[in-house]
Design a protein around this ligand. Structure first.
Ligand code: TRP
Ligand code: SF4
Length: 360
């Protein structure tokens, strides 16, 4: 089995842990003061080397959080999860670095750099700021514009050979060399904050990114010219799409976008797959199945931060005291409230983008 970071797989999380040696998150969660709800709920389910980050947080010592996104489509509610985590770390004193993977989207998604720049600013950066990212100790950069990172990529590449790239990514004789090169750029994204001295670094990502993390950790320990601490990582589960399929920017019905209007949201919620029964009577008698419900997933991942309140919703559902129509109305109202606020915050954020960008 191989993880394809550019593919469309649906993941078996238990198997991923066993087959690739991702460690469970839960034992360390207990050592964190006030863990994020995504951590408490097991949505952040795995980690590598995360102990150093827990220690850094508990000792108030320096650490870096670095994670990036490819600017290739619109930003949806599934992407928001990473930003929520970044902000949580920022509140705990972390230094934040966010690469915009324009080289990667050029190499793997055929998005040219100018187009990537527009998508990155409008769809990603403005949303990050609107979600609450602060400029203090926070820098966002484009891969294509960060010369220090690019030069370091060349040096690090000496520690990676062709067979290894083939084994990890399944690259073949047909793979274009920009694509081949993009994971090496990512390795440098993650390690270049340590050019000024070793620093614990954590990369919170979706589990599809694990091949890059493994490669980065290996390169960090092989490279001897400067001291590099192998980066830690955490892995979160992906939200299912509203239709029950994979959530994807290229299939708008599966996702709520951060710039959707009220009507769009109403339709998507209305059409979403639930865990409800065929008839009202059955629902009253047997209750719903929140584990199979995309509306419940919206509560779990985004809409209800308070655990007690979430538990009540769960019990109402399984006890049959609420019907899916009313439950969808409630979800719709929460999303509407969030998006209305977000829209105003986006307007305010638009003037502030330059305060965050580095090498721009
Ligand atoms: N490969 C990531 C994606 O597909 C984007 C990315 C680039 C990244 N550099 C990174 C993620 C560094 C984490 C750390 O979205
Ligand atoms: Fe989902 Fe709500 Fe219906 Fe339960 S009542 S299945 S949570 S929509």
């Amino acid at each position: 089995m191989r993880i394809d970071p550019w593919g469309t797989d649906v993941f078996d999380y238990a198997r991923l842990r066993d087959d690739f040696g991702i460690e469970p998150f839960e034992p360390l969660e207990k050592e964190i003061k006030d863990p994020h709800y995504l951590m408490r709920r097991g949505i952040v389910f795995g980690q590598r080397g995360y102990k150093i980050i827990v220690d850094a947080m508990n000792n108030n010592s320096e650490f870096v959080v670095l994670t990036g996104m490819m600017p290739s489509g619109r930003m949806h509610i599934g992407h928001k999860m990473v930003v929520d985590q970044i902000i949580w770390y920022q509140e705990r004193g972390a230094e934040i670095r966010i690469p915009i993977a324009d080289f990667e989207s050029y190499a793997t998604r055929h998005v040219d750099l100018k187009e990537a720049e527009n998508i990155a600013i409008q769809e990603y950066v403005v949303n990050y700021l609107a979600l609450g990212l602060k400029p203090k100790k926070c820098r966002i950069y484009f891969q294509s514009k960060n010369n220090r990172m690019k030069d370091f990529a060349f040096l690090l590449a000496k520690k990676i050979n062709l067979s290894e790239m083939r084994a990890i990514y399944g690259f073949t004789g047909e793979t274009n060399i920009s694509h081949f090169w993009s994971p090496i750029i990512q390795v440098s994204d993650i390690l270049h904050p340590q050019l000024d001295g070793p620093k614990p670094t954590v990369v919170p990502v979706g589990v599809d990114q694990d091949p890059h993390i493994r490669l980065t950790r290996d390169v960090a320990s092989r490279y001897k010219d400067i001291k590099l601490i192998p980066p830690a990582s955490t892995y979160h589960r992906f939200m299912t799409g509203l239709t029950g399929q994979k959530m994807s920017s290229s299939d708008p019905q599966t996702a709520i976008f951060l710039t959707d209007n009220e009507e769009e949201v109403r339709h998507k919620i209305w059409d979403a797959k639930t865990g409800g029964r065929e008839t009202t009577e059955k629902q009253r008698e047997l209750g719903g199945v929140p584990e199979e419900c995309m509306i419940y997933e919206m509560y779990l991942y985004h809409l209800v931060e308070d655990d007690e309140r979430l538990r009540k919703i769960y019990e109402e559902c399984i006890g049959g005291s609420i019907l899916c129509g009313d439950c969808k109305d409630r979800a719709f109202n929460l999303i509407k409230e969030f998006l209305n606020k977000h829209k105003k915050r986006r307007e305010r954020a638009k003037g502030k983008v330059e305060d965050y960008l580095e090498y721009y």
